[in-house]
Each structure stands twice: as C-alpha cells, then as structure tokens.
Ligand binder design. Structure first.
Ligand SMILES: [Zn+2]
Length: 497
C-alpha cells in the first residue's frame, strides 16, 4: 500500500548517538545530524528523550499458539506435540484470526515489527485460514511471513515404537489424529499461494513442513519445489529435541540436516528452527549453503530441549536470527526477553568468556539476522537509508534507562519491553504513547475469553486423551532421549544434554 508522505523524526538518539531521520513514504531516506535540513512539506515527529532502534524481528513463532498461552507447565517438546489437539483443536476461521491478532498485538506493543509465523490448521491448511491470519497482522500494522505448517505423518507414527507402546484403545483414538495426504496439503498451499492477496512487503507466504520426521520425503521435496517455484522461504524444526536427533539418525542413517541436504532442500531461503542438536558438519553444511537458523533459546529451556550453540553457528557462516517460538511453549512473544536469554544461554555453556556472544551480536541477530531469515534482509532490520521506516521509540525516562550507560548492553540485558513508547512500521505509527492505534485491547480480551471458554468445552475430549497419553509419551520419549548421541561439540554428550 502506498503511503505518500514526508516525515522528519527529530530530537531522538540512535544507538550510536543523536540523529534525525528523514522518512519518505515508507522508507528511511536519510539519517543525519540533529537539526538537518528537511523539505518544507515534511511533518515533524518529535523524538526528544527517546532512543530509536530498528524494529525487532521475530524469526520464529506460531500465531496459532496465542490462544494456548500459559496452558502447560512441565512439557517436553514431545508432550507439547501430544497436547496439540487439546490446545489447538476445533478452531474456526474466526479463532484463527483471533489467535493471530493476540500475538500481533503483543509483538507490536513489545517493539517487534515483523515476524515469521508458522501457523497450523488441522488436518490441512486452507487459503481462508491463511487469509484470516494475514488479515490480523494487517490490522495491527505489522509485517509477517506466514507459513502454513504441514505434516503427513502424525507424531505417534513419527516416533518408532511409540504406537506399539500404546494400549489398543488408545491406539484407536490417536488414529483419528491422522493428517491429510500430502498431495492435498500441497494443493491447498498452491491454491493459497496462487490467490495471495497481501502486498508481499507486508505479509508474504512461505512453506513450513513442520518437522522432517513428520513429513514423508516426497512431501518435503514437494514443499521445496513449491518454495522454489514461488521464490519463498522454507522453514522447518530441525534437531530441536534430542529425541528428534536420535530418531533421525535411526530413520535416515544420517543426521536430519544431512538428510535434508541430500533431498536438495538447503539453500539461502532455508531456515532451521532451533538446531539445538546440530553437529559441526550440519552447521558447516548450513553455512556453506547460505542457510539460517532461527534460535529460540527461551523455548529450548522451557521445553528442556537443551542449549543451542550460537557461537559455533556464526563461526561456520550460518545466518542466525532470534525468535520467541509460540506462546503455547514459551508463553510470551517478547523479543527483548528472547535477546536477553540468547545472551545468557551463550554464557552458561562454558567458561571461555571470549567465546560468549556479545550484546552487539545478539542485537544484530534479532534485527538484521532475523530480517534475512524472513527474506527481508535488504529491507528491514536497520535504521539506514533505503530501509523500511520500522522504528521503535523507547522512553529514556523509563526506569530501565536510568541511567543510560551503554545503549546496546541496556537494550539486550536491561530492556524488557516496558520502555516501548511508540512503534512505527513503514512510516506509520502502530503504537503511540504505549497504545495500539488500530486494536481495541478490551474488545480483544472479551473475544479471547469467549473463544477460550467455547474451545475449552469443544476440546474436553482432546484434553482427556492427552491426560491418558501423558504418562506413556512422558516415559517413552525421555527413554529415547537417554540413548547416547555423541555430537562433536562442547558439553553435548555430557549427561542428558
Ligand atoms: Zn516452533
């Protein structure tokens, strides 16, 4: 959408010092000294007492997870997958819009201006569901990459021996969790891609075969072909949990990354979500192909998946972005928190402090690195001429910034989102004076509560099924995770991790 205007943002300070920003339409035209000349028609945006930073970019989240916020506590990834039908089941198109809107509203309020949303519809994606999700981002004013998350093998079929470990009546019940045949899902994605109505600079599509073990090779290759044909991203959860890494080796006779490489899927538009259990060869492979990892350290700790080694990824040339993961496994979509955890997770992995990730590296990953993950690398993630005017205004009178010693350290280690005063996306304000301009939060709360109540009833049986499966999955999968899995990096084969 064209946004014809000229703005001059005056009086603010950037991370490296005071500067004014000239915005033409939706782009930053010039970054100059305070008081720089501006065309007479330019409207002034006052930024006195504000720190301006590029909008944070969430490299990995799930819009469908927001209605499931806070539903679980002690969940491994495998228990979360088992809980899927309970926490995400029976959604109407309006629910799909609502759950996405809750996340978009949260991200906007917390300084995040673009995200990569892997969104699920059971048993197969639909053009209408994706349209409903895309509409939610446009209502808030955010950018998003929207990827239908698909599979053709259920979790119970994906883990060898798990189905047989279930008593016969439970086996019968999980049978109904069967997914659509992959050809149906590919057809539906193609339909959605073909009729895509959004401006691709605002909401663009991608494809997300959810987890390699949950997708037949034909399906993975079909997704890869679609991505190539339409010039869009391919994003999948790889080596997130140790169970995945162990089962991958058994199933493919090689690591999950090596297997996907053999299928010809890894290239510059390919993103590995998590990559906790990648080995050095995997990272090298990703680096050589120009691929990315979406690093979600909060989720990795929350689900007990382990600690991903961002330093080694960077050393092997992997582009690293930072994400929050879904609110059903990480409970918030706060990119400031994700940055802080990314820094701390690096520091807790070993005593060699010179290898720890710096705050500048974390900030780079959460802006420019994530932007590249989204395929927006030359458009967002920096406050520089030619980039989109996606700007966060932080209030320097907020307690987080009193006193202001080092802006980068404070942004990564101190800020928690509470100093976000205003947020501009593409030259338009979407948050002003701590309020979303286009979403009524009170109305959103009412709608969410009524959906929550209705879905709780509709999913009662699914919850009951989860409760009966929990003890079995909860002992079978950790058993697999105790299998030796020696990967060539510090700490990886010590104990559980
Ligand atoms: Zn995820």
């Amino acid at each position: 959408m064209k946004n014809e205007q000229t703005l001059i943002i005056r009086g603010g300070r950037l991370i490296d010092g005071p500067a004014d920003l000239l915005v033409q339409d939706d782009l930053i035209k010039e970054v100059g000294k305070p008081g720089m000349a501006a065309p007479p028609e330019a409207r002034t945006v006052q930024a006195k007492g504000k720190l301006l930073h590029p909008g944070l970019v969430n490299a990995h989240m799930h819009g469908h997870g927001n209605l499931g916020k806070g539903m679980g506590d002690r969940w491994t990834l495998e228990l979360l997958l088992t809980a899927g039908p309970w926490i995400t089941g029976n959604r109407s198109i309006e629910d799909k819009h609502l759950t996405t809107l809750i996340g978009a509203a949260e991200m906007g309020l917390k300084g995040c201006t673009a995200c990569y949303d892997l969104t699920v519809e059971f048993p197969t994606p639909s053009a209408e569901g994706l349209e409903a999700a895309g509409r939610a981002y446009r209502e808030v004013g955010m950018r998003a990459v929207l990827a239908p998350m698909v599979a053709d093998i259920s979790f119970f079929e994906a883990i060898p021996g798990l189905m047989e470990a279930l008593p016969a009546p439970l086996q019968k019940e999980v049978e109904r969790l069967r997914l659509a045949p992959y050809r149906t899902s590919l057809e539906n994605i193609r339909k959605a891609l073909h009729g895509w109505k959004f401006d691709r600079d605002e909401v663009r599509p991608a494809v997300a075969p959810t987890i390699p073990l949950h997708c037949s090779d034909d399906f993975m290759v079909g997704c890869g072909n679609l991505a190539r044909e339409y010039g869009i991203g391919l994003h999948t959860h790889v080596s997130e949990s140790k169970v995945q890494a162990v089962v991958g080796l058994r199933k493919y006779g090689k690591t999950l990354t090596a297997h996907m490489d053999a299928l010809g899927l890894i290239g510059p538009d390919f993103t590995v979500a998590h990559g906790v259990w990648l080995d050095d060869d995997d990272m090298k492979r990703l680096g050589e192909r120009g691929a990315s990892v979406a690093h979600n350290p909060g989720s990795n700790m929350r689900l007990g998946s382990g600690l991903a080694d961002m330093r080694r990824m960077l050393e092997r040339g992997v582009n690293v972005g930072i994400g929050t993961d879904g609110a059903n496994c990480s409970d918030n979509l706060n990119m400031y928190e994700a940055m802080r955890i990314a820094s701390l997770v690096s520091k807790v992995q070993g005593p060699d402090w010179q290898r720890w990730i710096t705050t500048a590296e974390v900030l780079e990953a959460a802006t420019a690195g994530s932007a590249r993950v989204l395929g927006f690398g030359d458009k967002i993630g920096r406050l520089a001429p030619g980039y989109k005017a996606d700007v966060v205004f932080l209030d320097l009178e907020n307690i987080n910034w009193i006193p202001l010693n080092d802006p980068t350290n404070a942004l990564v280690h101190t800020e928690d989102g509470s100093a976000v005063h205003s947020v501009m996306i593409g030259g338009k304000m979407v948050v002003e004076n701590r309020r979303l301009l286009h979403v009524d939060l009170a109305k959103l709360a009412r709608e969410a509560e009524s959906a929550r109540e209705r879905l709780e009833k509709l999913n009662r049986e699914n919850k009951n099924l989860y409760q009966r499966l929990e003890p079995i999955v909860g002992s079978f999968c950790p058993g697999l995770a105790k299998a030796p899995y020696h990967i060539n990096r510090f700490g990886a084969s010590q104990g559980f991790y």
